[in-house]
Design a protein around this ligand. Structure first.
Ligand SMILES: O=c1ccn([C@H]2C[C@H](O)[C@@H](CO)O2)c(=O)[nH]1
Ligand SMILES: [Zn+2]
Length: 131
């Protein structure tokens, strides 16, 4: 699975976005260790705060289907620069992804920023802090 293939999958997932309030569609593709790809889109709600972001949708789908080990995450949205995950999503990514796991932030112009949760969420609080 190449980066470009995963980006195309995230773009496809974005088409399922339910975002009538923000009109801002986001897609995500999460590659599990077993090479399964879990897709996600943002799912909004009339009670705005219940919105679930694309990347959390993908992670929750994977975990609910028994996958907890991941090797890459792609997020795509129509932003000026590569889209950046919100704070809630960073915390959820931190729960399940290794500090150096590649996270690709992408926009519809095809700009790609390679990062990791270690960069996105420094001084994180995570599972290891509770053991
Ligand atoms: O990385 C991001 C940033 C925003 N959103 C969603 C949440 C909301 O539905 C809309 C506007 O914030 O975009 C995501 O899904 N992922
Ligand atoms: Zn988010």
């Amino acid at each position: 699975m190449t980066d470009n293939e995963l980006i195309e999958q995230a773009k496809k997932a974005r088409q399922s976005s339910y975002s009538p309030y923000s009109n801002f569609a986001v897609g995500a593709a999460l590659l599990a260790d077993n090479n399964q790809v879990f897709l996600g889109c943002n799912v909004e709600n009339a009670s705005y705060g219940l919105t679930n972001c694309a990347e959390r949708t993908a992670i929750f789908k994977a975990v609910s289907e028994g996958q907890r080990q991941f090797k890459k995450l792609v997020i795509i949205g129509d932003t000026e620069g590569p889209i950046s995950p919100c704070g809630a999503c960073r915390q959820v990514i931190n729960e399940f992804c290794a500090p150096d796991m590649p996270v690709l932030m992408v926009n519809m112009k095809g700009e790609v920023k390679h990062t990791s949760i270690a960069e996105l969420l420094p001084y994180s609080f995570g599972p290891e802090d509770l053991s």
